[in-house]
Design a protein around this ligand. Structure first.
Ligand code: PLP
Length: 399
């Protein structure tokens, strides 16, 4: 018999769609995969070289559970340089991706019935992880008109004496919205002034460097220093440096929480690979120009994809501030019939139909936002152009 914790886990909609895509490709269909949540660029050469040098230098043994001193010092420098935040070495954790960091933070703090306030739409893993510890997602409503950004009044309404965390993910997966410093300050005030002073804030800043049109990234602990000791600032090298497979994520936060997270990690995987940690030092301390170059490429793809979708399809797309996803409403497709006579009744139906037409995307339901599709533009311009051609054709034949 499996544990109730496992019974509570739903299959990930992102992985389910990726699996269907894989099966379709295996069956010989041509599918352009826009489900992916990782940069399509290679890891920069100097980072790979640092990893090879680490192997040659014999850095192939166990490290400290919360990461090598060299990496935690590089993380200290990163937080100071980019976010004007100062953390002690014992306030920093390193895990197997930001995912492990987030998991451990919830594992260390949630009791059954505790609530986590999360603006909708949200990365589906949050809800699953929260549920594993008996926690409950308290959705903070947002609207497409407001760019999916939470308003302070809506956040305030979502907080109560059971709230343990408020979670901000800026720029966001799946919709790419990002909070300005002023907006974050207002949201921080809603948390700070709430009678429940046990509410902590998680800032998932994994897409920090993929932020467009000259915007400056803002994070809660920086804009509201009074919340610094109640905030876990989560980040990682996966998205900024195209290092998803190296599995390095990190956080800065209050010492007591950091040490509880370390205790948990000690019994899971001890630490992430020593070689990956050496590579992450090179990423954080090395030349940063490539991050800006890639950001510009993503922005050019974003603009081209939006322009092509708007000219060739009825999909309406808001311009996201960051990350590498578009999140169009599939409303123009709903209620219409496919050439086989099937009525498209939901985002799931729409995603299935468009997969058959050769473009894989994730239905918004997986992110708590039915009626939308998540389209990743971490793909080449040629692939994106071909995807729009296929979408246009498939939508045109709907009646
Ligand atoms: N947070 C968000 C919003 C994400 O989209 C992802 C990955 O897709 C992660 C965290 C985890 O990233 P990693 O575990 O690769 O550091």
């Amino acid at each position: 018999m499996l544990s109730p914790m496992v019974e509570r886990l739903r299959p990930s909609p992102i992985l389910a769609m990726a699996e269907q895509t894989r099966q379709a490709v295996q069956a010989g269909h041509s599918v352009i995969d826009l489900t992916l949540g990782e940069p399509d660029f290679p890891t920069p050469e100097h980072i790979c070289v640092a990893a090879i040098e680490a192997i040659r230098a014999g850095h192939t043994h166990y490290t400290a559970v919360n990461g090598t001193v060299a990496l935690r010092e590089a993380i200290q420098r990163k937080f100071e340089r980019d976010n004007n935040l100062r953390y002690g070495l014992d306030e920093i954790n390193v895990g197997c991706g930001a995912k492990q960091i987030i998991y451990q933070a919830f594992a260390a703090t949630l009791r059954p019935g505790d609530e986590v306030a999360v603006p909708i739409p949200y990365w589906s893993s949050y809800a699953d992880m929260i549920g594993m510890f008996g926690g409950v997602v308290r959705p903070v409503p947002t609207s497409a008109e407001n760019g999916f950004l939470a308003k302070p009044a809506d956040l305030r309404r979502a907080l109560n004496d059971k709230t343990r965390w408020v979670l901000f993910n800026s720029p966001s997966n799946p919709c790419g919205c990002a909070y300005s410093e002023a907006q974050l300050l207002e949201l921080a005030e809603a948390v700070w002034s709430h009678p429940n002073q046990g509410i902590w804030v998680m800032a998932d800043d994994i897409y920090e460097h993929i932020l467009y049109d000259g915007r400056r990234h803002a994070t809660i602990a920086q804009v509201e220093p009074r919340l610094r000791d109640r905030t876990l600032s989560v980040n990682g090298v996966s998205k900024a440096y195209a290092m998803t497979g190296w599995r390095v994520g990190y956080s800065g936060g209050p010492r007591e929480l950091a040490s509880a997270m370390t205790k948990i990690q000690m019994q899971i995987n001890s630490h992430t690979s020593a070689i990956s940690q050496a590579a992450a030092v090179a990423a954080l301390d090395g030349p940063q120009a490539i991050v800006a170059e890639r950001r510009e490429l993503f922005q050019a793809r974003r603009d081209r994809l939006i322009q092509r979708l708007e000219s060739d399809t009825p999909l309406e797309v808001a311009t996201p501030a960051g990350a590498f996803y578009l999140f169009p409403s599939c409303e123009p497709l709903l209620g219409r019939h496919t050439p086989d006579g099937q009525c498209l009744e939901s985002d799931m139906d729409a995603a299935q139909y468009l997969l058959q037409a050769g473009v894989a995307m994730v239905p918004g339901s997986g992110f708590g936002a039915p009626g939308y599709l998540r389209m990743s533009y971490a793909a080449s311009t040629e692939q994106l152009d071909a995807a729009v051609d296929r979408l246009a054709q498939a939508i045109q034949v709907l009646t």
